[in-house]
Design a protein around this ligand. Structure first.
Ligand code: DHB
Ligand code: FE
Length: 313
């Protein structure tokens, strides 16, 4: 039977009490946000005639998501990460800080504390001899084209099975994760392996939510970056390797035209030797432009829960 009770004074008074409006303590902002959130959900229950069975099944699903620390995996699939990016892009525009290489989502699989190297690093542990060798390089510049020496370029990506070290126990510690400090010309260089696309774990609560929407949990092959340098805006971004079937069908909505990079297969012994490699390799070039800013809060990444990073206070 369909009943409509949301607009009654009884329910409205009840909401005010639940949100703590009649209490002196607590946070005004928390009260206002929780009031709004609960009001929207109460109304939804009325409008869609949500049954107790449906309500408690959802609570069960949220408990499963929490048990597996999966809210951070689901959030990109529900577009929250991209929506926050859209808001930060609009803020940059309003501040006159637009320009430079565009941002895109961080994702939930960063791990703090990767080994640091000056100018050049090998990112893979050498155990995967079947994957294509990748030579990843580029120059960090400011928006006037001047090279940025001493920039911190943090790079992390999946292996050829789409797994990330730390979260995938079969990989060695910090495999495919490095911090490279740019040289006097603003350049960074890394030897690694070509990553595959990533998929949310089959049968996981995140996967179940996406399946209920008729969606998949696949991402195209991508490489994550944090780039920072004093006097410049911190940049969180990714590149996508061109030619992936999921390029424009990314469940996490992170693809941007400017961040699509075509790898170039090089089968030339002299070119390989010049990079300290043997045999054919794929070169991926990603130059990065940073906007200048003197605001300290814009020069570092925002706080969020991250693996092996001290909890934000
Ligand atoms: C997810 C995983 C990623 O590797 C990524 O870059 C973005 C999102 C995820 O599981 O939600
Ligand atoms: Fe990723």
């Amino acid at each position: 039977m369909t009943v409509k009770i949301f607009d009654t004074p009884e329910v409205q008074d009840f909401l005010n009490t639940v949100a703590g409006f009649d209490q002196a303590g607590g946070s005004e902002r928390a009260k206002r946000i929780v009031h709004r959130l609960l009001a929207d959900l109460y109304r939804l229950i009325d409008d869609f005639d949500v049954t107790p069975e449906e309500f408690w099944a959802t609570i069960g699903l949220m408990n499963e998501l929490g048990k597996g620390s999966q809210f951070g995996l689901l959030a990109p699939g529900l577009g929250f990460d991209h929506y926050l990016d859209m808001r930060m892009d609009a803020e940059d525009e309003a501040r006159g800080l637009a320009g430079g290489t565009p941002r895109t989502i961080e994702g939930p699989l960063y791990v703090a504390g990767a080994p640091e190297a000056e100018g050049v690093a090998r990112m893979d542990d050498g155990s995967d001899t079947d994957s294509e060798v990748m030579w990843l390089t580029g120059q960090v510049r400011d928006t006037d084209g001047r090279p940025v020496a001493g920039a911190r370029v943090e790079i992390w990506h999946a292996n050829a099975k789409g797994g990330y070290s730390h979260f995938d126990p079969s990989q060695s510690e910090y495999n495919l994760r490095r911090t490279i400090i740019t040289d006097a010309e603003g350049r960074y260089r890394a030897r690694s392996i070509i990553p595959s696309g990533y998929g949310v774990p089959e049968g996981s609560p995140t996967d179940r939510v996406l399946k209920a929407l008729g969606r998949h949990g696949q991402r195209p092959a991508h490489i994550h970056y944090f780039i920072s340098a004093p006097g410049h805006k911190h940049l969180t971004t990714q590149i996508n390797l061109a030619g992936d079937p999921y390029t424009w069908d990314d469940f996490a909505f992170a693809t941007r035209e400017e961040l699509l990079v075509e790898g170039r297969l090089i089968d030339d012994a002299a070119e390989a030797e010049a990079r300290g490699l043997e045999g054919p390799f794929t070169e991926v070039v990603f130059d990065i432009e940073l906007s200048r800013t003197e605001a300290p809060e814009l020069q570092s990444r925002h706080k969020r829960p991250r693996a092996l990073e001290q909890a934000a206070d």
